[in-house]
Design a binder for this molecule. Sequence first.
Ligand code: 13P
Length: 260
Amino acid sequence: MNITKRKTIIAGNWKMNFVDSLKFFEGLSGITIAEGAEVVICAPHTFLNYIGADALKYGVAASVGAQDVSAFGSGAYTGEVSGEMLKHAGASYCIVGHSERRQYHGETNELVAEKALRCHENGLIPIVCVGESLEQREQGKTFTLISKQVSAILNALTEEQLNKTVFAYEPIWAIGTGKTATAEQAEEVCGAIRNRIAKKYNEEKAETISILYGGSMNDKNAVELLSRPDIDGGLIGGASLDPIKFAAINKAVETAGANV
Ligand code: 13P
């Protein structure tokens, strides 16, 4: 975590879990949010237009994020939700290319890049997820794969759009498995993402982009992960459903910042 050059983001991904948001934010009231850090809750589409208000009721400064966006702008795409609609419903962030969408909905690097573009066209900050499967890691393919996933985004976005883009390294084998990447493994890949950005632009640019880690991050391992210089926050699934754990992860930002 580099607290001077870029924003620290602690983003919860509620996935398709029904959360009583009033209860959740009540549990988060009085939460410590480190200076310069931002809390984002990525909720199912149907929650978006009220969770911001629910957070405010309990004095929690949380930004609202969606979990997916249509690759199309508008029109006859039954069941799809556009970037414009997400923005209108109160979102300022949107996850794109989560491995669960790549895996269960066949999303390709190109489609993910299209979705990132739809985010930018509508003033949403995309949180672009990249990550390898266990098999790919064991075959030594991690870095080539990550580079491909990141390159598709870098090739599609303008520099100005990249400035407002967040990356998240989420190794598939660590998602929902309770098996976290070690801080060294997470740092290594987050560093590789930063190097890929530096290769296209320069190191100064790469230093300004927030890169998160996701995959079984919790109240126990957050400090260690967040203390690493290239890890600028977390994208948290399971532990973001529990306000006590989620608050502890936010508290860990301060402790980790002091460790940097
Ligand atoms: P878990 O924290 O439940 O492993 O989920 C990570 C994730 O997929 C966040 O997007």
